[in-house]
Design a protein around this ligand. Structure first.
Ligand SMILES: [Zn+2]
Length: 248
């Protein structure tokens, strides 16, 4: 049995027996792991209040390689993102980031670059709570690139022609030109493509250009999610974003 200390973000938690919780963490050192937090639902538990989504934690757990679920020993709060839960947009876009992560990373697959990008994205949304969608988009771009599926926004993915604007379909979520599109394809306008290109390749270290009203579109998020969904095999509908639509 080894004692492991790492930073962690909570992806999912499930009540277990009378007073415990099974937690799925995305950790910086060990990738996605599952741990049991024994007695965490008791009033006097040392874990109480820490094991919540949008908390960045320092955790210590016991690892036994023959086990699927490890044992959490200690959790300390480093930072809580989106403290103001009244900020519904910021909260749900931050939760959407965790939801995407849960779908695109595998158990015990370490990816420090993706972990660091996630923390930067959550910090960005925490600081710029009026621009949560921008944070989410830059995160998605970065995650797709880190995992090796960077998209080509310059050329039609079917015929190779230069793109000024592009079209996509939820089943064919690749940027294609007008000639290669069908009537049911949706358009990303030239104005929107200019902004998309300006944030492609940013990773929160640089200044992020604000999105103009005319460039705002739910289609951008829909397109990126469909693209990621195609490569990582998940349904592009996220519970957190569906919830946000419902609340709006
Ligand atoms: Zn084409």
């Amino acid at each position: 049995m080894t004692l492991i200390k790492t930073q962690a973000l909570l992806l999912k938690k499930i009540n277990f027996q009378d007073s415990s919780t099974i937690i799925h963490f995305f950790t910086r050192e060990q990738g996605k792991i599952a741990v049991i937090a024994k007695g965490s639902r008791q009033l006097k538990s040392q874990f109480r209040g820490y094991l919540e989504p949008l908390n960045l934690l320092d955790i210590i757990y016991y690892e036994k390689s023959t086990r699927d679920v490890q044992t959490l020993s200690k959790a300390d709060l480093i930072k809580n993102f989106v403290v103001n839960l009244k900020d519904i947009q910021a909260t749900y876009f931050s939760l959407a980031i965790l939801e995407v992560l849960d779908k695109i990373i595998h158990q015990n697959e370490e990816n420090q670059a993706l972990f660091d990008l996630t923390v930067k994205a959550l910090k960005y949304i925490d600081k710029n709570s009026s621009e949560p969608e921008t944070g989410f988009i830059v995160f998605l771009f970065g995650a797709i690139k880190i995992l090796g599926y960077r998209m080509d926004l310059n050329h039609c993915n079917f015929c190779g022609r230069d793109l000024k604007n592009f079209y996509f379909d939820m089943k064919v979520p690749q940027p294609v030109c007008f000639n290669c599109s069908y009537h049911h394809f949706e358009e990303i306008t030239a104005d929107q493509l200019v902004w998309l290109k300006s944030v492609d390749n940013l990773d929160f270290v640089q200044e992020i250009p604000p999105i103009k009203q005319s460039q705002k579109s739910a289609r951008i998020v829909a397109f990126l999610l469909a693209y990621a969904g195609m490569y990582f095999d998940f349904q592009p509908k996220l519970n957190s974003l569906e919830m946000l639509k419902y609340l709006n």
